[in-house]
Design a protein around this ligand. Structure first.
Ligand SMILES: Nc1ncnc2c1ncn2[C@@H]1O[C@H](COP(=O)(O)OP(=O)(O)OP(=O)(O)O)[C@@H](O)[C@H]1O
Ligand SMILES: [Mg+2]
Length: 522
């Protein structure tokens, strides 16, 4: 059992944890990345969403701490673009290290600073942070990166894009030149990769050679629809497809509020999440969704990347994302760890060019489908009612209902009774009037070079994080998880650089010591 992990020279305490977590064999990105990361090389790992990139960097990070000195604090920092992802990654790392003394601590904005200071005093070896709050701690001198041995940028292309790049520069300049740097993401636009390589020394590039960027298991389609008809069509699709868990991505915070309220008005159990909500509210909404006490999450791109919520069967792009890469990450919230999923995208006629840009990025045509009509939705609801009635009849254990049924059948026509039951069970399409403000079509953004953001503000801006929001306005699975093997990597695609003669380590610019006065103990 787990010999394929053992062949990767992984310690017994980590193998034990993998077994406990139900992992059976390494995914392709794990099989390729773990040996490279264990060798101490800098690397960029790119693999489809939901294919185990967290453990691909998590395992080597833990191995390095075990081999060094598990008692020394803050040896590794993992940077994440959102608070929810920082919490989730810390949890996955703590699952992986559960049989060791290693602790991963999430550090993010919106959480009580005193509480974080108390938990920092327990000397965690790993910090999983959103950049803004990490920089706050650096300025206070309550987090010291000068002994750091490894830094990981999860969702690396997002971390190197315009909203974070100044924070990343600041953080990198406070770490030792001897650090190992690991970058992971499902997407890595060329201009961002070039920028990334300025932080890396002689990096190895590991890119999974899948014919598509998105997971083949995700059935993708689009519907061309005027903005004002989107909501009624969304409701018909929800009635027809009856998702277990669905995420609906919209472009602005206002739309999150309006669409989630409108869904509630029509009887759906939905909540919204975006960067302006309090952290407590965000935590509650994500927990309700993970626990399935709500089955629809309406979100801006704050929930687009990394979130690993099992059972998400459907993703709806109510609005197209500004960047094609965001589409990959959004639909990647379903179809994870070998499960299948369905992604439906609404496109207004004037945004068809954006859809084509997405198809070019994912190297796949997205099937066009017709919007379901009112009568199709009604027919679908009737089929669902009949299906549910048969399932209940087959399940049995009717309790007192059996006597009632016998009495009814003795006094009424059986067909009329059944027809009445189906009518009552049929959730007729609800046409309650709702208010959804019309949004302007996407502007075409031609320049994909990472822009250096203007004046740098650390702290809550980044942590609101949720650049996805801001820019547009804002895991233990059941046991024995079997991972459907993806395709092999194209290690052949390793950068020419890795065979280049040993280059002088790039001199990182001297940190501005005045900024971190209390921090750098001269
Ligand atoms: N080797 C494995 N076997 C079985 N399950 C795995 C394995 N590795 C990871 N998983 C599970 O697969 C799911 C997806 O993993 P993870 O979140 O790391 O994916 P990812 O590649 O980071 O996705 P994204 O690009 O969306 O961030 C998680 O629930 C994780 O516990
Ligand atoms: Mg991830």
């Amino acid at each position: 059992m787990l010999e394929k992990f053992q062949n990767l020279n992984i310690s017994e305490v980590i193998i034990q944890a993998l077994n406990e977590m139900g992992f059976e064999e390494p995914t392709p990105i794990q099989a390729e990345s773990i040996p490279v990361a264990l060798s101490g090389k800098d690397m960029i790992g790119q693999a489809q969403t939901g294919t185990g990139k967290t453990a691909a960097y998590g395992i080597p990070v833990l191995e390095k701490i075990l081999a060094a000195d598990p008692t020394k604090d803050i040896q590794t920092v993992v940077l994440s673009p959102t608070r929810e992802l920082a919490m989730q990654v810390a949890e996955e790392l703590n699952h992986l290290s559960q049989f060791t003394s290693i602790q991963a601590l999430p550090i993010y904005g919106g959480q009580d600073m005193e509480r974080q200071l108390r938990r920092l005093r327990k000397c965690p070896q790993i910090i999983v942070a959103t950049p803004g709050r990490l920089i706050d701690h650096m300025k206070r001198g309550t987090i010291n990166l000068s002994h750091l041995s490894t830094i990981v940028l999860d969702e690396a292309d997002e971390m190197l894009d315009m909203g974070f790049i100044d924070d990343i520069n600041l953080i990198m300049s406070a770490t030792p030149d001897t650090r190992q740097t690991l970058l992971f993401s499902a997407t890595m636009p060329k201009p961002i990769q070039q920028l990334a390589e300025t932080f890396l020394h002689d990096p190895q590039i590991i890119r999974m050679k899948n014919k598509e960027v998105t997971i083949e298991l995700i059935e993708q389609s689009y519907i061309e629809v005027p903005d004002r008809q989107k909501f009624d069509i969304l409701c018909r699709l929800l009635d027809l497809q009856e998702p277990d868990l669905a995420i609906i991505f919209v472009r602005t915070k206002r739309r999150v509020d309006e669409v989630s309220e409108a869904l509630k008005k029509r009887g759906y159990s939905s909540e919204g999440i975006h960067g302006d909500l309090t952290q407590a509210k965000r935590d509650t909404v994500i927990r309700q969704f993970r626990e399935k006490t709500i089955d629809i999450l309406v979100a801006t791109d704050v929930a687009a990347r990394g979130l690993d919520i099992s059972g998400v069967t459907h993703v709806f792009n109510y609005d197209l994302p500004q960047d094609p890469e965001s589409y990959v990450h959004r639909v990647g919230r379903t179809g994870r760890a070998g499960q299948s999923g369905e992604a439906t995208t609404f496109v207004i006629p004037r945004e068809m060019e954006h859809l084509r840009a997405i198809e070019r990025l994912i190297k796949r045509r997205i099937a066009r489908r017709k919007a379901p009509t009112f009568s199709e939705a009604l027919e679908g609801a009737q089929h669902a009612a009949v299906h549910n009635l048969i399932a209940a009849a087959e399940e049995g254990n009717f309790g007192g209902h059996k006597e009632n049924a016998e009495e009814l059948l003795a006094n009424y026509d059986s067909v009329a009774l059944l027809a009445a039951a189906i009518k009552l069970l049929t959730k007729e399409p609800d046409m309650t009037p709702v208010k959804i403000t019309e949004e302007a079509p996407l502007r075409v953004r031609r320049d994909r070079r990472p822009k250096r953001s203007g004046n740098h503000r650390s702290g809550d801006r980044t942590d609101r994080g949720d650049r996805g929001d801001k820019r547009n306005d804002d895991r233990h699975a059941d046991k024995r998880r079997h991972f459907s093997p993806g395709s092999k990597s194209s290690s052949g695609s390793r950068s020419a650089k890795s065979s280049a003669p040993h280059k002088e380590k790039k001199q990182h610019k001297e940190p501005n010591r005045s900024t971190f006065k209390p921090y750098f103990k001269d």
